[in-house]
Design a binder for this molecule. Structure first.
Ligand code: PMP
Length: 404
């Protein structure tokens, strides 16, 4: 985005305060980890209370069970294991999927992100799909070669890759609602086709709900879309703003993990008492009324942004699922990574700075989803829409990206 990154000093509700004391309406919500609002009293109290009883035991404790029960009930899975981040959970799931199937290859989607993991950084373009070239420096070619990449929302591309690699693909990794290339919803039939293809090819369907889990619905995207996963990866909301990830699934798969089974995975701070307490404080408060509020403010923001773009005469696509939303500056709906990359990112950059000056903090990238939290109100959304309209009128003609 250019400029100097903002440093923040505090956060409360839907508001961030930077080191110079300026306030912003926050649409990052810690990249989706915050759902009740920043510094929610129940969460800060639960963390303080847990800390007073010790910050880590390196041994089992009741807090893990309490959060695990909530997660299992919401996700309809048999077993869950906690990690310290989404990346760590994805790493563990890949190992488990390879062990369970005796296969090595993975299939992921262009523009989907599952953590900074060598084998999962491959993302875009036919060259990557064909040759498995590393997408990040430092990734061994051998590691990237085992990863196939398909076009998002394109089940035929997946079918082709599975047929070209018969009996070799351990798992398909999927963001059920793509949030790491801006917000790209799954098209009707896409998720169902993936389930059928996995069944036909003996491939495990790993649904990455790090962003969507407990956010887009009580049980996450699998509930919202009626999708049956083999394994689920979770993070963000599950830790209430503390470092947590998790993975889970059917009993026979999860019992392959040590000490019951031969797949090793561990972490000194996994199941950390502070993180478990924060996660439970949040999940236990995610009631139907919280989801209806998020939907209400989400709808209002979507409609307002769309109208403001029309009034400013700027072609824009406002794409949303629940409290995840983004605006792409382009003529037609964005359905995959290529489409997302082809949008007017320079305009987004100018808008980002124009909105900062008006006290609205968006994700500093045209290719990231914006996140609402329960502290966003009709009033904060209306103020945002007004600022968005004014910012868009200011920046629509082009010009340099403002340095702050
Ligand atoms: N999966 C998805 C879908 C994500 O959005 C992210 C993080 N943005 C991750 C995995 C990795 O999680 P973490 O940053 O906690 O390692």
């Amino acid at each position: 985005m250019g400029g100097t990154p903002l440093y923040f000093a505090k956060a409360k509700g839907a508001t961030l305060t930077d080191a110079d004391g300026r306030e912003y309406i926050d649409y990052v919500s810690s990249w989706g980890a915050i759902i009740l609002g920043h510094a929610h009293e129940a969460v800060t109290e639960a963390v303080a209370e847990a800390a007073s009883r010790g910050t880590s035991y390196g041994a089992p404790h009741e807090g893990e069970i309490t959060l695990a029960r909530e997660v299992i009930a919401r996700k309809g899975i048999d077993r869950v294991r906690f990690t310290n981040s989404g990346t760590e959970a994805s790493l563990a799931v890949v190992r488990l999927a390879r062990a369970a199937t005796g296969r090595t290859k993975l299939l992921k989607f262009e523009g989907n992100y599952h953590g900074a993991i060598d084998s999962l950084l491959a993302k875009a373009g036919s060259g990557v799909a064909t040759f498995g070239l590393p997408d990040s420096a430092g990734v061994p070619a051998d590691s990237a070669r085992t990863t196939l990449t398909a076009r998002y929302n394109d089940a035929e591309d997946v079918r082709r890759l599975l047929e070209a690699n018969p009996g070799e693909v351990a798992a398909i990794l999927l963001e059920p609602v793509a949030g790491n290339m801006g917000l790209v919803p799954p098209e009707s039939g896409f998720l169902e086709s993936l389930r059928q293809l996995c069944d036909a090819h003996g491939t495990l369907l790993v649904v990455d709900e790090v962003m969507t889990g407990f956010r887009v619905a009580r049980g996450g995207a699998t509930e919202l879309f009626g999708l049956r996963p083999d394994l689920v990866v979770m993070g963000k909301v599950i830790g209430g703003g503390l470092p947590v990830g998790a993975y889970g699934g059917r009993r026979e798969l999860m019992e392959m993990v040590a000490p019951l089974g031969p797949v090793y995975q561990a972490g000194t701070l996994s199941g950390n008492p502070l993180a478990m307490a924060a996660g439970h404080a949040v999940l236990s408060r995610l009631t139907p009324s919280v989801y209806s509020h998020l939907e209400l403010v989400g709808q209002r923001l979507e409609a307002g942004l769309r109208q403001a773009a029309v009034s400013a005469g700027v072609p824009a696509q406002v794409q949303r699922v629940g409290s995840m939303i983004s605006v792409f500056f382009t003529e037609s709906p964005v359905r995959d990574f290529e489409g997302a990359q082809g949008t007017d990112k320079a305009l987004f950059g100018r808008l980002f700075h124009a909105l900062l000056r008006r006290g609205v903090y968006l994700p500093p990238s045209a290719l990231e989803a914006w996140f609402l939290n329960a502290a966003h109100t009709v009033e904060t959304v209306d103020r945002t829409v007004e600022a968005f309209g004014a910012a868009l009128r200011e920046v629509r003609q082009g010009g340099h990206v403002e340095k702050r």
